[in-house]
Design a protein. Structure first.
Length: 328
């Protein structure tokens, strides 16, 4: 088997030197460094490309939480490159990985067509994943696209949740429809849709309480919200977006499965990719559910939300060849 040429110069460094892209790379650096550490072990001069080498590669991918199935697909692609004798350098290895990642992420990278007015976006997820913060960031992003936005504070469960969203509304100068804590979440959603219609808002984003799938009453509340919205507007909610905390790793998959069963999830947003070495979970989610990933969250600030772009994501996630030669 050919050994890797470790001296060939990389082309990837230039790609990540743009301001916005390099910032994304910096935010994803924990996962990227974890992959760099895992991959660099594969490139030592004495290594044969044998079964053990592929086991080590699988371990590197799984340790960044890519999951078993996507890792297997990537490895299959690398094996094909080996068979074609097209794997001679770190660049070749990264290029094979990059191509397979792009294939896995293809269904996630879709234009967001807001094809109704008001477009009703119902945001769901377990506790603390970043729903409310993400809603504020999405509102800001939509406003920058010249869309008028309204928010509905339908997390009537947690104390201070209404206040949290109202404060965001004030900061962003976005109307927030709210009732007192403890009131019926479906009634808030109902009023908010009427109000968004009356004001001809482009998008209505509904915040909901964090919940575990085992909380049957709260899961039923979500179904009720959908039913109540549908009575007013059969196509509403036009989209159920689930927010997933990337740091929860493979748990994100079962969260998505449970919410999907309960209310039907149409899209996802992965948050907190900045704080975790488990950013590969996005590929596991993509591989299993093939849902659009609307945004990724890479920090706490209002501007730390990015529309998902598979190439930008892969560029930021994958180490550059130089990192594999001299890992930090
Ligand atoms: N580092 C980082 N922190 C984030 C990101 N998104 C959200 N957070 C933080 O996560 C914490 C929880 O965010 P919330 O928006 O309140 O989460 P939530 O899902 O609405 O929580 P509940 O309503 O209690 O279920 C806050 O401190 C946010 O600033 C992100 O992309 N990166
Ligand atoms: Mg919240």
């Amino acid at each position: 088997m050919p050994l890797f040429n470790k001296t060939k110069k990389t082309e990837y460094t230039a790609k990540s030197s743009g301001t916005s892209q390099s910032r994304l790379s910096e935010r994803l650096s924990k996962t990227r460094n974890a992959l760099a550490r895992g991959f660099s072990g594969l490139l030592g001069g004495a290594h044969e490309i044998d079964a053990e080498w592929f086991d080590d590669m699988e371990e590197a991918l799984i340790s960044a939480d890519l999951g078993v199935a996507p890792s297997a697909k990537i490895i299959r692609r690398v094996k094909r490159a080996v068979e074609r004798k097209a794997l001679r350098s770190a660049e070749d290895l990264l290029s094979a990985i990059r191509d397979e990642m792009a294939t896995i992420l293809k269904p996630c990278d879709q234009n967001w067509a807001l094809d109704a007015r008001p477009y009703v976006l119902l945001v769901v997820g377990v506790n603390g994943v970043g729903k409310t913060t993400t809603i504020a960031k999405i509102a800001q992003w939509l406003m920058a696209q010249k869309k008028s936005v309204m928010l509905a504070a339908a997390d009537t469960f947690r104390a201070a949740a209404v206040e949290q969203l109202t404060r965001w509304g004030e900061r962003l100068q976005v109307p927030v429809i709210a009732q007192a804590q403890g009131s019926d979440a479906a009634a808030v959603a109902h009023d908010a849709l009427l109000s968004a219609r009356a004001k001809s808002a482009d998008v209505l984003i509904i915040d909901t309480a964090g919940r575990q799938h085992t909380q049957t009453e709260l899961m039923e509340q979500l179904r009720k919200m959908k039913r109540v919205l549908q009575k007013l507007e059969p196509a509403a909610p036009h989209e159920v977006l689930q927010v997933l905390d990337a740091g929860t790793g493979q748990n994100a998959l079962s969260q998505l499965e449970h919410f999907n069963q309960a209310v039907g999830v149409n899209s996802v947003c992965l948050t907190k990719l900045d704080g975790t070495a488990k950013g590969g979970i996005l590929l596991a989610v993509a591989d299993k559910f093939a849902l659009p990933v609307r945004f990724i969250g890479v920090g706490e600030g209002a501007s730390d939300l990015r529309p998902f772009d598979k190439h930008q994501f892969i560029d930021a996630l994958l180490p550059v060849a130089d990192m594999l030669r001299s890992p930090n």
